[in-house]
Design a binder for this molecule. Structure first.
Ligand code: CA
Length: 230
């Protein structure tokens, strides 16, 4: 999952970015003004935008209106010190999905951010399930057949993304765009490396009884697949 933070207070932006990276396992890009933020929001496939309202160059509400006018449905969480009812209403009317007033509790912010991402993928439950594989997105713990698996942060990020899109073929480009932050070197072969290490952990004991869940679709990408009922 990849998030854009549009926030002009560097310290707050850094704190939010750290929370999202460390506690949610998301890739995070930060923009410090509304113009640049809008450009990034339109040109990258974010799973969530955390948006401040009082911003240099272009205010948050206008950014949001332009984003929606451009047809982008990316979930938006407004994070602002403007907490009057009229401000909240204006934000929601402009196409925001949620609203949180500064100062805020980290736990509440994270819960709301994760819920928005899940909902945009059509999942209400915080635990993602594919056959006997369970991904607890709150605790970031993964089990298969109730055995706890230890994943690296990048393996977890990849698995969570595939699980959100389960039963869909996900291309390598798509995976790279949702796993990595802006300006990171993106080598398409790293996807293969992470897929093989995930396979070793998740599908290691797969047999007739416990089917393999990670499927390669030649020339197209990868899929985390719910096995058909026998
Ligand atoms: Ca501000």
């Amino acid at each position: 999952m990849r998030v854009l933070i549009v926030e002009d207070e560097p310290r707050l932006a850094r704190n939010i970015a750290r929370m999202l990276r460390e506690d949610a396992g998301y890739a995070v890009d930060v923009s410090g003004d509304g113009e640049d933020g809008l450009h990034m929001a339109i040109t990258n496939p974010y799973d969530l935008i955390v948006l401040d309202l009082l911003l240099p160059k272009l205010d948050g509400l206008t950014l949001l209106q332009r984003l929606r006018a451009d047809g982008k449905q990316t979930p938006v969480l407004i994070l602002t010190s403007l907490g009057q009812t009229q401000d909240v209403v204006a934000g929601l009317n402009a196409g925001s999905d949620d609203y949180l007033t500064k100062p805020f509790e980290a736990a509440e912010f994270l819960a709301r951010a994760k819920a928005l991402v899940r909902r945009s993928y059509g999942t209400g439950d915080s635990t993602l399930r594919v056959a006997d594989l369970a991904i607890d997105t709150k605790a970031r713990q993964v089990t298969r057949s109730k055995h706890r698996l230890t994943l690296t942060p990048m393996e977890y990020r990849l698995l969570e993304y595939l699980a959100m899109r389960k039963n869909q073929v996900v291309s390598k480009t798509d995976i790279l765009e949702h796993l990595y932050e802006f300006n990171w070197e993106r080598f398409s072969n790293v996807v293969e490396v992470y897929i093989s290490s995930l396979r070793r952990k998740i599908d290691a004991d797969a047999s007739g009884k416990t089917p393999k869940l990670i499927v390669t679709v030649r020339g197209m990408g990868y899929m985390l697949q719910e096995p058909e009922e026998k």
